[in-house]
Write a protein that binds this ligand. Structure first.
Ligand code: 6GU
Length: 246
């Protein structure tokens, strides 16, 4: 998987993503992260990339020319065969990002992320290059970079090998699945609290049953809407029901 990020703040994206799990995956060649500075493509001799909006209004807009030329430089380098490379524009007006969307995007060989700043980007270049407009939640950020980083993190952990030997990223979507059960590590006693005895028993079937019950109870209490699509036995449904009443 090759991520290409068109941005005015390439260090923010590069530094942020070359850390921890994603950074290790990049070092191992499982994925690559290329941040392209849109400013490097401006034809303005002072390096300007923004201007006032026609018709007036607050703030400045990113101009079409540098955005388009940065995109073109990246797109021309990608050999995408017959299919066109997807260009994701991060915007609060976009479709809400989900685990389902992450799984679909994880199948692509290359992805281009376009990060806007100021009050936005000239509409004409968006019309020409953007294939997907995506939002990461119902709040407003100052720019698309953090949103692109969130998406790249969620997509990268689904790339084979990135999570190491663990199960493959888990769950097609959070819908229809359960939340994680609580976990404990050494010491057995901490701040007067003891690790649940079943986990110290070495009885694998009991441990598995306890964990499943914990997952069901937690989901019922914290995210009851997820249970609608979950596969539960009659007994488990009753357990969930009781947990919601508590
Ligand atoms: Cl993708 N971009 C910006 N600028 N703000 C957002 C967002 C994206 N998603 C939620 N808020």
């Amino acid at each position: 998987m090759h991520f290409h990020i068109l941005t005015l703040f390439p260090e923010m994206v590069c530094d942020g993503l070359h850390t921890s799990v994603i950074g290790r995956a990049a070092d191992q060649g499982l994925l690559s992260i290329h941040a392209v500075n849109i400013r490097d493509y401006t034809e303005n001799k002072h390096g300007k990339v923004d201007d006032y909006p026609y018709g007036g209004g607050a703030g400045m807009l990113m101009q079409a020319q540098p955005v388009y030329d940065a995109y073109k430089a990246v797109a021309d380098k990608i050999d995408s065969g017959t299919s066109k490379v997807r260009v994701i524009y991060l915007s609060p007006q976009g479709k809400l990002f989900t685990q389902q969307m992450a799984s679909e995007l994880a199948k692509e060989e290359n992805l281009i992320f376009l990060c806007g700043h100021y009050e936005g980007i000239d509409e004409r270049v968006l019309e020409e290059i953007v294939t997907d407009e995506v939002s990461i939640g119902n709040y407003v950020l100052t720019g698309g970079e953090l949103a692109a980083m969130v998406m790249i993190d969620a997509i990268s952990r689904l790339v084979p090998g990135v999570l190491g030997n663990q199960d493959s990223g888990v769950a097609e979507s959070l819908e229809g699945s359960l939340l994680e059960y609580p976990q404990y590590s050494r010491p057995e006693y901490w701040h007067g609290k003891q690790v649940p005895a079943v986990l110290m028993s070495g009885h694998h079937a009991n441990i598995a049953r306890w964990r499943r019950e914990q997952s069901i109870v937690r989901t019922a209490k914290k995210r009851p809407e997820l249970l609608e699509k979950a596969q539960l036995s009659e007994e488990e449904r009753a357990l969930a029901q009781r947990a919601r009443m508590e």
